[in-house]
Design a protein around this ligand. Structure first.
Ligand code: F58
Length: 852
């Protein structure tokens, strides 16, 4: 490929010489200026934000050309398509990724330089598109990058939230949530499709009518209808002309505004329909909110699923007519990203049976062939269950359909289980346990629709996201289903895009790798990174490797300085834990070990301290707005940080900073600078983790439990290179029952007394935190912090010892990058394409004069 990794200096040399040998820089510079002039009315590029707007709107045109060519080609070829249905896409910024994926970095870096701007700073003027909570949403974004890069015809479908993930600020050390108003200055990365709109209904009633031929049909008359308006977000593949699509839906009212109500003086009512409609695509919901919030979430789910399915079916009909629905499974496959889009099972049935007039059994055959479901969590509270009452009110026809599906399913089960469970009571018990509609175990009056069971019954394939997690899916969460349909269950270990997460966010390391390997082909064939293993112990290579890490640490130190106003020692070990704040992820355990480190340093003489390995600890992540315990954990981090960072005895040896508003772009700065990263969930609780892969790719060592993808990373990197500690998943259930006999470590007891005694202030506020882990009775310390505490401190000791031996540390660092080949989302997507989707590449011809 003619594409280069990055480095502005490199780009300068080759920049701007297009295929005909003439420079295209003057044209690019002019174009940036023109965009700013005619779209924003500004005559001069004077700030990075001006430069960003001009550049982004200029790049957009190249992107749309590629997008249109790809879609013309796909329309002509009519290949089978993948539709990735996800309530979340955590895209982050687009400028750098688009410019680099399209191979335009030479032109734009030089043009910006001529305008007195730096590409890197210009890129920072972009707002993050944070339409997701965490790993699940970011995974969807990585998958889109890989699908396009692999030339797989595939679209993402989701919601165009007006307000994305909240912005997190700190106020006196407590989390504060502020709205994320990301669309204020327009969005150059989307195209509004005024010709693509679908109606979505809610509520109302269902009637039966007899058609001319005698067939009884259900007629749903919704009480409320909204318009789903399409916005397309082109997704450029890397090193290919393929530019695919993320189609997001915005909710609009049927009529602009109720003029009759307005004329009658009822101004509030005049606006009501608009407000109700717009509320649907207004905000990305956190998992736990009020009942009203929850209802709105179901509304969002149905809204985007209904619009997306209508969209796909209308295109199918335009090509194949309405008599060949049997062909649908060979033209379309849908991936349900967790249970959030599971209403698709009922909606596809409704569209095929009620709207298209298919017989139930034929429609069911098509539906189950087209759908597949990915599970991302073992946490019972995250497996969605909707009260039948709520579902029946909001989606009456879907509730009926789910009842019919469940009837068929339980009848089938009854027959299937007849020989295995001949006793009627036993059989009834098993059937009740597998029923899609079941009692709420906490409230016998209430019936629930189990969306995960609906997804399992309605799908061809069900997958977990790392080997250990897929085993838990088979052996625990859906074990009854697995026993009946063993071949339905698969593993697809997650991956991350090596473009954003190494090549573009760490160009210095990428250049070093490219030089060492003699080509940049590793960017879309990460298995080639394995060749770095042979250089892991080479002192000259290690020195160059270390120099890149140092430069990245300087950059992070600059960020800490901007946020906290304090200088940190860049020779210290940079120790990072960034992810959503959750009890199972155990940021609390990390803080406890930092407190222990602090206490040890305090006890040392100044001479002894000189021997200590200095550390800068960074913790970042958002707590769901209603997750009280997580918010207390954040406060503990900031409270401990302010004591430690201010202590003149220890501040040269230990620092702790909470970096607010963790998001995709912050991760792009932090990860390249990290030397140690923490992935310390209780074994068996983290489905996979994906930041562990990003850190490993950037040569960062891992301290972690035997959980999620940590296990596979350890296998690839060499388990001896990873600081593994803690109890194993298979022992968790037993340990949870043995709380009473558990003897806590004296160091643990001491720290608990310190927190309770007010060493970090806020005694009362921290009490529930101490209580949650400290009374050794069944149910307390659910995530077994006390059990893992001593082993964790030992592992931290090993970290220090290893860091003292820089040659060994660097060897390991190189081994992590070398072992990362497996964790490219290209590999993951290839496996989905082969084992689940049965979709192959379809590459458009190269653009005339283009690089690819
Ligand atoms: C994450 N789930 C898993 N859920 O926790 C992580 O182990 C895995 O690597 C990742 O998915 C990708 O497979 C996750 O991010 C959410 O954010 C939910 C979104 C909806 C509300 C509840 C949280």
């Amino acid at each position: 490929t003619a594409l280069r990794v990055s480095a502005v200096a490199e780009a300068d040399k080759t920049a701007a010489i297009n295929k005909s040998g003439t420079s295209s820089v003057p044209a690019t510079t002019k174009d940036i200026e023109n965009k700013l002039r005619y779209l924003f009315g500004r005559n001069e590029v004077s700030t990075p934000n001006d430069a960003y707007q001009g550049t982004a709107w200029s790049v957009r045109e190249r992107l749309i050309d590629a997008f249109n060519k790809t879609h013309e080609h796909w329309k002509k070829e009519d290949p089978k398509f993948i539709y990735y249905l996800s309530a979340e896409f955590l895209m982050g910024r687009s400028l750098t990724n688009t410019v680099f994926n399209l191979g335009l970095q030479g032109d734009y870096a030089t043009a910006l330089k001529e305008l007195g701007q730096k590409m890197e700073q210009v890129a920072e003027a972009e707002r993050d598109a944070a339409l997701g909570n965490g790993g699940l949403g970011r995974l969807a974004a990585c998958f889109l990058d890989s699908m396009a890069t692999l030339d797989l015809p595939g679209w993402g479908y989701g919601i165009r939230y007006k307000y994305g993930m909240f912005k997190q600020a700190l106020k006196d050390g407590y989390q504060q949530e502020l709205p994320d108003i990301w669309l204020t200055s327009g969005n150059p990365w989307e195209v509004r499709r005024d010709d693509v709109r679908h109606m979505v209904g809610f509520g109302g009633r269902v009637e039966r009518r007899r058609e001319a031929g005698g067939r009884e049909v259900a007629v749903w008359t919704p009480a409320e209808q909204v318009i789903a308006q399409a916005y397309d977000n082109p997704i450029p593949g890397y090193s290919t002309p393929t530019t695919s699509n993320l189609r997001l839906w915005d909710a609009l009212p049927l009529s602009e505004f109720d003029l009759a109500a307005f004329n009658a003086g009822d101004y509030d009512r005049a606006m009501l329909a608009r407000e109700r409609a717009e509320a649907i695509s207004a905000v990305l919901y956190p998992n736990d909110s009020t009942p009203e919030g929850k209802e709105l979430r179901l509304k969002q789910q149905y809204f985007f699923v209904c619009a997306s399915l209508q969209d796909v079916l209308s295109r199918f009909k335009a090509t194949h007519g309405s008599a060949r629905w049997d062909l649908l499974p060979s033209k379309a496959v849908f991936q349900l990203n967790d249970t959030h889009p599971t209403i698709a099972v009922a909606e596809l049935m409704r569209l095929l049976v009620d709207v298209e007039g298919l017989e139930w059994d034929e429609a069911w055959g098509i539906t189950t062939k087209c759908l597949n479901y990915t599970n991302h969590t073992v946490m019972p509270e995250a497996l969605e269950k909707w009260p039948v009452k709520v579902m029946a009110k909001m989606l009456p026809r879907h509730m009926e359909i789910i009842e019919v599906i469940n009837e068929g399913w339980t009848q089938w089960l009854s027959a299937h289980l007849a020989s295995e469970l001949p006793a009627p009571e036993e059989r009834a018990k098993r059937i009740a346990a597998m029923s899609i509609i079941h009692e709420n175990p906490w409230n016998k009056e209430e019936m629930l629709v189990n969306m995960a069971y609906l997804a399992v019954v309605g799908s061809s394939a069900v997958n977990g996201v790392a080997a250990i997690h897929s085993n838990i899916v088979k052996d625990e969460i859906f074990n009854d289903f697995y026993k009946i349909f063993p071949s339905k269950f698969q593993n697809k270990t997650n991956g991350v895009t090596p473009r954003r997460w190494l090549a573009w966010c760490n160009p210095e390391l990428a250049d070093l790798i490219t030089q060492q390997l003699g080509s940049d082909a590793w960017i879309n064939d990460t298995e080639q990174l394995t060749a770095l293993r042979t250089h892991a112990s080479d002192p000259a290579f290690q020195q160059r490797w270390a120099a890149v890490k140092s430069a990245k640490k300087e950059r992070l130190a600059g960020l800490i300085k901007r946020v906290w106003g304090e200088e940190v020692n860049t020779a210290a070990l940079f120790d990072i834990q960034i992810k959503r704040i959750h009890e199972y992820k155990r940021q609390y355990l990390n803080v406890l070990s930092i407190i222990w480190r602090y206490k040890q340093l305090k006890r040392m003489s100044p001479q002894q301290r000189l021997q200590a390995v200095p550390r800068v600890c960074v913790i970042g992540g958002k707590a769901a707005s209603a997750y009280d315990m997580a918010k207390r954990i954040i406060r503990l981090v900031t409270a401990v940080g302010s004591v430690i960072n201010a202590d003149p005895d220890t501040r040269d040896y230990l620092r702790l900073y909470f970096l607010p508003d963790y998001n995709v772009s912050l991760a792009e700065t932090i990860i390249p600078a990290a030397e140690l990263s923490q992935h310390i969930s209780t074994a068996g609780t983290e489905a996979s983790g994906t930041s562990n892969m990003k850190f490993a790719l950037n040569g960062c060592l891992i301290i972690g439990t035997w959980d999620g993808a940590n296990i596979e990373i350890a296998e690839e990197t060499g388990v001896e290179n990873v600081f593994v500690f803690g109890v194993r998943a298979e022992d968790i259930n037993g340990l949870r029952k043995e709380r009473k006999n558990f003897k806590t470590d004296p160091r643990w007891d001491e720290i608990m007394r310190d927190i309770e005694g007010g060493m970090f202030g806020d005694k009362e506020y921290f009490k529930p935190l101490v209580d949650s882990v400290n009374n050794m009775k069944v149910g307390n310390d659910w995530f077994l912090l006390a059990n893992d505490f001593a082993a964790y401190l030992d592992a931290q000791q090993q970290v220090d010892e290893c860091y003292r031996d820089q040659a060994e540390w660097l060897r390991r660092s190189i081994m992590y990058t070398a072992g990362s080949g497996k964790f490219s989302s290209d590999r993951t997507i290839r496996q989905y394409a082969e084992d689940i989707w049965h979709v192959g590449p379809c590459r458009p011809p190269p653009a005339a004069g283009g690089q690819q």
